[in-house]
Design a protein around this ligand. Structure first.
Ligand code: C5P
Length: 221
């Protein structure tokens, strides 16, 4: 029924948000359900690939044959991906990674003090996609996501270049029916060769289009 055009391929997907802890109870995070990443994983699996997801905290079930590595923080996600990325053919970075984390994580709950303002100092997290782009193995295909609220095309084209990706999947997260939580997405596929605006469609349909695009690269290799 389904074509097995990814048979023999290994696919790595990052998904979901990360959590950056201030103390054992509070964290900074991003809005992300992980639905796009899991839709990608399921599409790759149906097409015959061996699939691993490195996922932040999400509430989704999937096929037992899809390997899920659970992480919480951006640093943990980075470490995991770094350890294993070299073995994969297709790498898709759909996780909403927190750009910054608190400089220190309190061992105990931060207590309310008798002052009206409290400042949190943040430090930059490692950019996982950028690391893999810079250390790309021959034949690897890298797909990044770009969640923007303005200048979507321009920012995404910059990202394609800066992160050495083969494809950027861009969406304006403020559009109705795109982005967080919902089952649909409105994306633009941006590669060096072309810009393709897709209409609103389910996340599983978006996943199909992404792998169709990735296959055109595989065929050229
Ligand atoms: O730079 P920006 O965060 O907008 O880029 C988004 C892309 O980079 C996404 O594919 C996201 O998963 C990835 N990313 C990452 N590690 C980070 C930040 C973003 O892999 N620390």
């Amino acid at each position: 029924l389904c074509s097995q055009d990814l048979a023999g391929k290994k696919v790595l997907i990052t998904a979901g948000p990360t959590r950056e802890y201030l103390d054992p109870i509070r964290f900074i995070s991003n809005r992300s359900s992980g639905k796009m990443g899991f839709a990608l994983a399921e599409e790759a699996y149906k097409r015959g690939a061996q699939v691993t997801i490195v996922s932040g905290p999400v509430n989704i079930n999937t096929y037992a044959d899809i390997e899920i590595i659970h992480v919480q923080t951006a640093s943990q996600m980075y470490q995991k991906v770094k350890d294993i990325y070299a073995q994969y053919d297709i790498l898709i970075f759909s996780a909403a990674v927190a750009d910054y984390r608190p400089k220190t994580t309190n061992e105990h709950k931060i207590k309310k003090e008798n002052k009206d303002e409290l400042a949190i100092e943040l430090v930059k997290n490692p950019d996982i996609l950028k690391f893999v782009g810079e250390n790309k193995k021959p034949g690897q295909i890298i797909v990044g996501f770009s969640a923007e609220t303005e200048n979507v095309l321009e920012n995404s084209q910059k990202k394609l270049e800066a992160k050495n990706a083969d494809l950027i999947v861009a969406n304006n997260v403020l559009e109705e029916g795109a982005g967080f939580d919902v089952d649909t997405n409105i994306v633009t596929l941006i590669s060096k060769e072309k810009v393709e605006n897709l209409p609103k469609m389910s996340k599983s349909e978006v996943a199909k289009r992404i792998f169709d695009h990735v296959l055109t690269y595989l065929c050229k290799m």
